[in-house]
Design a protein around this ligand. Structure first.
Ligand code: SPD
Length: 378
């Protein structure tokens, strides 16, 4: 997927709008037909990534009982899909992993006849997703956002003292001149090689999704210099930031905005902000997909169709600060969310932003090895 292509798609959207361990669900013994399929749907999604009433409303409307479980990173989902027989009927892989999952036959083609609301999707975004999923045969976009730096403004200002905020927000997590000061109030990183290494590569001027092991090593050398200042590798950055365990995070803009709302709800007084780095954030797209061995594929299609109702997609955006690709939902996005520049990026931020790209298995292995060394302080 090229940067240019995604940029055009996202501009269209913007203009319009502007680890818990879990048991796998029990699998049914046979693959049922549409008529015979039991009224059950097993969903595996990221945490804090669904509107509050969506499952209950779908259950009420469809009579299908939903079992909902969460995973914390693409690596965890990938392991489940490779192992097979996960018991899940819907999973939500990122675009960076989805291409290779489709090529490996891990995902089942969509039955588009059962999803008439596909017509609500933004054709520009679907055309771009076609690079990951030829013919848009396997994926329906769930939500998108970008990886960036989030801060608790007052704590960061205090920890920096006389030092001004950097022009490039990535300096707050990758430049020892800043991290050495910010460690006092807590620096937290996402805990995943494919979340931390691409921003690190981007920061040192390499391709964020470089396949070159020498680039990976160079990013590891940069990271080693800030390792002693990183307090947490975390899958709970929303709580860490809202609750005060961290004052700076390398995380997802959507989750940083959730932390911001939570701090306001809790009346904690913390002012939390998702920053727009001067060299750009890293865009990501997460997508609904059906594992090849799903036992309730027709129920999965029903859920996808339900999600694509304009009001259902809009509820996700309004509650969680994550835009969707549902063009028909844009009119129902609240002005507060629609005008937030760290939810819907403006043209300038979109131009700077880095688009996702598929990573080969070999690259993922190399990134994991460098990341593990970084975490272990080697
Ligand atoms: N609150 C959950 C957000 C899920 C984000 N997925 C991010 C994938 C980025 N590569």
């Amino acid at each position: 997927m090229t940067k240019r292509f995604l940029l055009v798609a996202l501009c269209a959207l913007t203009l319009a709008a502007c680890g818990k361990k879990q048991e796998a669900p029990a699998a049914a013994a046979t693959t049922p037909t549409a008529q015979a399929e039991e009224k059950v749907l097993n969903i595996y999604n990221w945490p804090d990534y669904i509107a509050q009433d969506m499952v209950a409303n779908f259950e009420k409307e469809s009579g299908i009982k939903v079992n909902y479980q969460t995973f914390e990173n693409n690596e965890a989902l990938q392991a489940k899909l490779i192992a097979g027989n996960s018991g899940y009927d819907i999973v939500v892989p990122g675009a960076v992993f989805a291409k290779s999952q489709i090529e490996a036959g891990l995902l089942r083609p969509l039955d588009k006849a059962q999803i008439p609301n596909l017509s609500n999707l933004d054709p520009a975004i679907m055309a771009k997703l076609d690079k990951v999923d030829p013919g848009n045969g396997h994926l329906v976009p769930w939500a998108w956002s970008f990886t960036t730096v989030g801060i608790n403004k007052a704590k960061v200002a205090k920890a920096l003292g006389n030092t001004a905020m950097p022009e490039n927000a990535w300096d707050l997590v990758f430049n020892p001149s800043y991290t050495s000061k910010l460690k006092s109030c807590g620096i937290a990183f996402l805990d995943s090689p494919t979340e931390v290494m691409p921003p690190a590569l981007h920061y040192i001027g390499k391709e964020a999704y470089s396949d070159n092991a020498a680039d990976h090593k160079a990013a590891g050398e940069m990271l080693a210099k800030v390792r002693k200042d990183v307090r947490l590798f975390s899958s709970t950055l929303i709580d860490d930031l809202a609750g005060g365990k961290a004052c700076v995070v390398l995380g997802w803009a959507g989750d940083i905005n959730i932390a911001r709302s939570r701090a306001i709800e809790n009346k904690s007084g913390a002012e939390i902000e998702a920053l727009l780095p001067s060299t750009g954030g890293l865009l990501f797209f997460d997508n609904l997909a059906v594992p090849k061995d799903a036992k309730h594929p027709n129920n999965a299609m029903a859920f996808i169709n339900y999600f694509l109702k304009p009001e259902v997609s809009a509820a996700l955006t309004n509650e969680l600060s994550y835009p969707t690709a549902n063009k028909a939902s844009v009119a129902q996005v609240t002005p507060e969310v629609g005008q937030n520049k760290s939810v819907f990026l403006d043209e300038a931020a979109l131009k700077l932003a880095v688009s996702p790209s598929s990573l080969s298995n070999a690259s993922r292995e190399s990134l994991t090895s460098v990341y593990t060394g970084f975490k272990q302080g080697k």
